[in-house]
Design a protein around this ligand. Sequence first.
Ligand code: NA7
Length: 545
Amino acid sequence: MVSTNQHQAPDYDAIVIGAGFSGLYMLHRLREAGYSVRVYEAADGVGGVWYWNRYPGARCDSESIYYNYTFSEELYREWTWSSRYPKQSEILDYLNFVADKFELRTDIQFDTKIKAAHYDETNHKWNIETGDGNNVSAKYFITGVGCLSAANIPNIKGKDTFTGESYHTGHWPHEGVDFKGKHVGIIGTGSSGIQSIPVIAKEADHLTVFQRTPQYSTPAKNHPYDLETIEYSKENFYQIKEQMRNSPGGIPAEFPTQSALENTQEERQEVFEEAWEKGGFYMQNTYNDITINEDANETLAEFVRSKIRETVHDQKIAEKLMPSYYYGTKRPVLDTNYFETFNRTNVSLIDLKNTPIHRITEKGVQTTEEEYELDTLIFATGYDAMTGPLLKIDIRGREGVSLKEKWGGGAQTKTYLGLTNAGFPNMFMITGPESPSVLSNMPVSIEQHVEWIADCIDYLCEHNIDYIEATPEAENAWSTHCREVAEATLFTKTESWYTGANIEGKPRGFLIYLGGVGAYREKCSEIANEGYPGFTMVISKKLVI
Ligand code: NA7
């Protein structure tokens, strides 16, 4: 039970969890406006997911000139990215640079997990219990916990019996892992698996890839940036910033206007080839109906399959690598030499659809067909996405109701704008469920949320408002809208971590707003500009709206 510090003023104006992209900017923004802020971070440094995700080959797959803060032109001009898709270490350097530049560390307590956050209805404050047993309080409670920070290690029989080394890609040792002379196994072929497989294969004696679902991975075509690109991005800072903020995905891109089905097979081939050559996420931006029309989707899916057949020499292996779900409805993956890696003699591919894992043994992985002896076993098995990081904390709003109870363990997750929850006054979530979050360029969405929250807090202070809270009606309407937008697409027709299907027992839903970054920003701004319809605001028990 979190102690209540009855009738005392809160220790801070705001408490923020997490010192990744979200927490760092939230701290800076509120502190600049004169608020007292404390950030708590479980790691011993800044970076959030970029602190933890150190697996071999870890890179961002948003282009780096767009994968940064844009709140400060000075910062944007001072930092220069080396390549189109930066390595994890470079992104971590960037976030450390930001923390240094704005002297953020003084208000961050590292090595500290937040165990519980309980709302005190009498004193209108949040009482927070840290993992080390301390209690602090704040008027505003803000989560910047990331959408993909609760690692998923599937409950495979015998998983604790393996006597070799084992790692999850999201909790990689800082000193690195030596694969030389080792037999390595990797379970999982999502982004983390696909980025790390080619790198590990080069070093290990042998790599066994345990694949459950084949992927439509496409080439990143990463390359060092030339001076011209860097200068162009710096000189056009404001234009790029505006384009990102008002685009569908948070990246400057023209939204296609043509259906794939309006083109002939030859014309489509030309369009897809051109996108393939550009690399990155251009494939899904070729036609306007790739994610909504099954036939249009199939044209692109078949194009990628043909590329896999072309790349992989042994057609029996190529067949095992052939994806069949709707293209783009699982997290699209970018790679560097992924399919080429299956031409190596020291790499084997185990198709778990045909021969599922029976158990993990002392020596390695036992499928229904064979036991694979390993020195090192890697779990590239993903995350309990969106709700997982929030539900790990005992967050309780009015009348002691927990977020877990309110969200029905996840099944009834409802938020207002992905930012707030009815029953949880003065609590804000940065990139929470039902916001564009992981289906957008994250820093752009994070900045939008941070700025919206900071403006909202300014408004509350200017009007002497004790608390703001989403109404259940507004929350219902937003959740319904989110679901309707998602159901009009093919996304909900595929089992993925977007729908919660990757976590045993996790209820299914679709907790990402698919209406686009620009449209979402407009909606949030409209609500702020109109004086926060959909929220209750109270001054010392007097209802203001
Ligand atoms: P993902 O995209 O969730 O990928 C996890 C992979 O692990 C995927 O291939 C899963 O297969 C596989 N998996 C999960 N559980 C099992 C079990 N029990 N048995 C076999 N295989 C399993 O996670 P990533 O870390 O790669 O990427 C997540 C995001 O992090 C990424 O988008 C970046 O933003 C960073 P499945 O597809 O479920 O059949």
